[in-house]
Design a binder for this molecule. Structure first.
Ligand SMILES: Cc1cc2nc3c(=O)[nH]c(=O)nc-3n(C[C@H](O)[C@H](O)[C@H](O)COP(=O)(O)OP(=O)(O)OC[C@H]3O[C@@H](n4cnc5c(N)ncnc54)[C@H](O)[C@@H]3O)c2cc1C
Length: 410
C-alpha cells in the first residue's frame, strides 16, 4: 500500500490544550499548522475542566472572551476546603488584575471544540482527527516530520518543525529518546460524577479525612468528583466493595448520600494515574515538546491545562515569525524551553511540597487530619488568600499573545 504525504510548516502532534492552542495561534499568524489528534473527537472525561484567569486573559487578548464565555460554564471566585472538621478558605480570585476574576469550570471538550472552530477560520489551520503519529522521520540527524496512521491508511507529514503536544505518555518524546526526570506522585485519582441539585452548595471544594480526600467540581448539572487514594491503592479500595466506597464518599459529602446509587458499578469510577515528571531537554533539531509531553503536572491546583496553554503561547510568540520565514533554529527551540522552564519548575516544586508534606500524610494516616498553622493563618487573613489565588490563577510569569493576526479569516 502506498503512503501518502503531506507537506506543512509545523506539524503539531496531539490535540489537547497545548496542541490546539499552538495550532490555532500559528494558523492565526499565517503559519501552516497541521494538528494530528488520534481520537475522533475531544469527548473524553479525564482531562480536567479548569480554565484559569490566565487562559481567560489570553482569550481577552485574542478578542474571543465574550464568545468564549457564552459556552456553558460555572464560575469559581474562591476555593474552600475542609480538613477534618475545620473549614477554610484557601484562595480568593476576586482581586486578580485580570478581566475575569474567576476560574471557569467548563468541560475540556467544549474548550477544545472552541479552539478548533476558531482555528478553522484560518486557511493555514489543518486539523486531522483520528490520526495517530507513530514515529518520527529523521534525516541527517534532524527531525523532518512524522509517520502516522489515519483512516485513509499510513501517511507521512513532512514539516519544518514537529511539536510534540501528545501528553504525559508522549510517543514523540519516546521516539526522540528524550530523557525524563520522574518526580513521582504519592496518589492516584478515582474520577466519577454524581448529579447536582439546584439546592446543593455552589462551591467547588476539597475535603480531607484520614486516608482519603475528595475534591468536587461544580459542573452545574453534576458534580465531577475526584477521590484521592494512595498510589497503587485501587485494588484495596475495590476489595472493600462498592458500598464501602459509596459510604466513604457520603461521609465526606453527606448531601450526596441519596444519589450515590448513580455509581452503579466500578465502570462508573475511572482510575487516573497521576504522574509528575519533566524532560531534561525539550528539543532537538526539528522537534520540540511542550505541555505534559515536556512536563507532566500533578492535578494539584488544576493548573496543568493552563500551563500547557502558556507553553503554547510562548512557543507561538518565539517561533511564529521564524517559521513563516523558514528560519527556525535549535537556538530558538532552546529559547522556548528557557522561557518556560522557570514557571513550570516553580509550580511543580509547589505541587511536590503539597504532595509530600500534606497529601502523603493525609492518605497514609488513620488519624483525623488537623489544620496546619499556615492554613489557619490564610483562613484568618483574607489578604493572604490572594497569594494562592495568584499562583493558581495566573501562575508564574504569565504569557501574553504577541503574535499578530496575519491571515484573512475564511
Ligand atoms: C486526574 C487528573 C486530573 C487533572 N485535572 C486537571 C484540572 O482540573 N485542571 C488542569 O488544568 N489540569 C488538570 N490535570 C492536568 C491536565 O490534564 C494536563 O496537564 C493537560 O491536559 C496537559 O495538556 P496537553 O495538551 O499537554 O496534553 P493532553 O491534554 O494529554 O493532550 C494530549 C493529546 O494528544 C493526543 N495524542 C496522544 N498521543 C498521540 C499521538 N501519538 N498522535 C496523535 N495524538 C495523540 C491525546 O489524545 C490528547 O488529546 C489533571 C491531570 C490528572 C491526571
Amino acid at each position: 500500500m502506498s503512503t501518502s504525504s503531506i507537506r506543512t510548516t509545523c506539524c503539531v502532534v496531539g490535540g489537547g490544550p497545548a496542541g490546539m492552542m499552538l495550532g490555532f495561534l500559528l494558523a492565526r499568524a499565517g503559519v501552516k499548522a497541521t494538528v494530528l489528534e488520534k481520537h475522533a473527537d475531544f469527548l473524553r472525561d479525564f482531562r480536567g475542566d479548569t480554565i484559569h484567569p490566565s487562559t481567560l486573559e489570553l482569550m481577552f487578548e485574542l478578542g474571543l472572551l465574550d464568545e468564549f464565555l457564552k459556552l456553558p460554564h460555572a464560575r469559581v471566585d474562591h476555593l474552600s476546603g475542609q480538613v477534618g472538621d475545620a473549614t477554610i478558605r484557601v484562595a480568593d480570585f476576586s482581586h486578580l488584575p485580570t478581566h475575569c476574576k474567576f476560574i471557569a469550570l467548563m468541560p475540556q471538550w467544549d474548550f477544545l471544540d472552541f479552539l478548533a472552530e476558531q482555528g478553522k477560520k484560518y486557511p493555514a489551520f489543518d486539523l486531522h482527527m483520528r490520526t495517530e503519529a507513530t514515529d518520527l522521520i529523521e534525516e541527517g540527524g534532524c527531525v523532518v516530520g512524522v509517520r502516522a496512521k489515519s483512516p485513509e491508511g499510513e501517511i507521512e507529514i513532512r514539516a519544518d518543525l514537529t511539536v510534540g503536544t501528545d501528553g504525559r505518555h508522549s510517543t514523540m518524546r519516546a521516539c526522540a529518546g528524550f530523557s525524563v526526570e520522574d518526580i513521582g506522585a504519592p496518589m492516584d485519582v478515582l474520577w466519577f460524577r454524581v448529579s447536582r441539585r439546584a439546592t446543593d452548595t455552589a462551591e467547588t471544594f476539597g475535603h480531607m479525612e484520614a486516608g482519603r480526600m475528595l475534591v468536587m467540581l461544580n459542573r452545574t448539572t453534576y458534580w465531577q468528583c475526584a477521590y484521592l487514594i494512595p498510589k497503587g491503592g485501587i485494588d484495596q479500595v475495590k476489595a472493600k466493595g462498592l458500598d464501602a466506597f459509596r459510604d466513604s464518599v457520603a461521609f465526606m459529602s453527606p448531601f450526596l448520600r441519596d444519589r450515590l446509587g448513580e455509581i452503579k458499578s466500578w465502570d462508573d469510577v475511572k482510575l487516573l494515574t497521576v504522574a509528575v515528571d519533566r524532560l531534561h531537554h525539550w528539543h532537538k533539531s526539528g522537534l520540540l515538546c511542550i505541555g505534559d509531553a515536556a512536563h507532566a503536572m500533578s492535578p494539584i491546583g488544576g493548573v496543568g491545562i493552563n500551563l500547557a496553554i502558556q507553553d503554547a503561547v510562548a512557543a507561538a510568540n518565539i517561533l511564529a515569525i521564524p517559521l513563516r520565514e523558514g528560519r527556525v533554529s535549535d537556538a530558538l527551540l532552546a529559547a522556548v524551553q528557557r522561557r518556560r522552564t522557570m514557571p513550570m519548575r516553580v509550580i511543580q516544586w509547589l505541587q511536590v511540597q503539597i504532595q509530600n508534606n500534606v497529601l502523603s500524610a493525609v492518605l497514609t494516616s488513620s488519624a483525623r487530619p488537623k489544620l496546619p498553622f499556615a492554613a489557619k493563618l490564610v483562613n484568618r487573613l483574607p489578604l493572604l488568600q490572594r497569594l494562592p489565588a495568584r499562583i493558581i490563577g495566573l501562575g508564574v510569569r504569565p504569557e501574553h499573545v504577541r503574535t499578530a493576526e496575519a491571515t484573512p479569516t475564511r
